[in-house]
Design a protein around this ligand. Structure first.
Ligand code: E4P
Length: 218
């Protein structure tokens, strides 16, 4: 399973990259706002800065909600760097835009997906990635991981090549559950990725090895 980091924070992206396990980055307008990146020019420069850190796919989201606007914005974003994947919301004009981008060889991430029906449309339009939002479904007492599993099975059954990118991941447990249901990618906060390392038996085992080494070597 590939790991993307779900942030626009350059320091966190660098830290995850330096761990040697990072395959890509997802951003959204809320994450850009969190970093205080104001103005279109600065935002575009920020995407380029991210691409310069990570040699992997970087999702950059369109703001337009109409077909013509999405095409214009998506083409501009894709031209910034070969690593850019155009992130398009799962609405009617978005599906149409994904179909257009797919024909032009521009890679896409269909975002804000909350049902298998939406994921089916994204795959039929030729999306590179589909992003079911796990945490936001859990927030309303639905089962986000179950949706990821259903989409994986549907794509496998019909042979769609769209990759299932589990988004809105909130915890280390979510990452393990994504592995269990066969997600292609999980986009996670840095804290959830680092959580995978934690085990008390690793810590106590290492401490004992070091103590025993010291006892014979001084
Ligand atoms: C990434 O592609 C999504 O935009 C992101 O994971 C949403 O996460 P949130 O539900 O924590 O805002």
């Amino acid at each position: 399973m590939k790991f993307f980091i779900d942030t626009a924070n350059l320091e966190q992206i660098r830290e995850a990259h330096d761990m040697g396990v990072l395959d890509g980055v997802t951003t959204n307008p809320s994450l850009m706002a969190k970093e205080g990146i104001k103005g279109v020019e600065n935002q575009r420069k920020h995407y380029i800065d991210i691409c310069n850190i990570v040699q992997g796919d970087v999702s950059a989201e369109v703001i337009s909600t109409d077909y013509a606007g999405m095409i214009r914005e998506g083409e501009e974003l894709a031209a910034l760097n070969p690593h850019i994947v155009v992130k398009v919301p799962c609405i009617a004009d978005g599906i149409k835009a994904i179909k257009y981008f797919s024909g032009k060889g521009i890679r896409t991430n269909c975002t804000l997906v909350f049902s298998t029906g939406q994921a089916l449309l994204a795959a039929k339009a030729g999306a590179t990635y589909v992003s079911p939002f796990v945490g936001r479904l859990d927030d309303i007492s639905e089962d986000g991981i179950a949706l990821v599993g259903q989409i994986v099975e549907m794509y496998r059954y019909y042979g769609y090549t769209t990759q299932v990118l589990a988004a809105s991941i909130r915890s280390t447990r979510h990452i393990i559950q994504c592995v269990e249901v066969g997600a292609d990618v999980a986009t996670c906060p840095l804290s959830a990725i680092k959580g995978l390392l934690k085990h008390p038996l690793t810590d106590s085992g290492l401490q004992k090895f070091l103590e025993d080494y010291k006892s014979i070597n001084g």
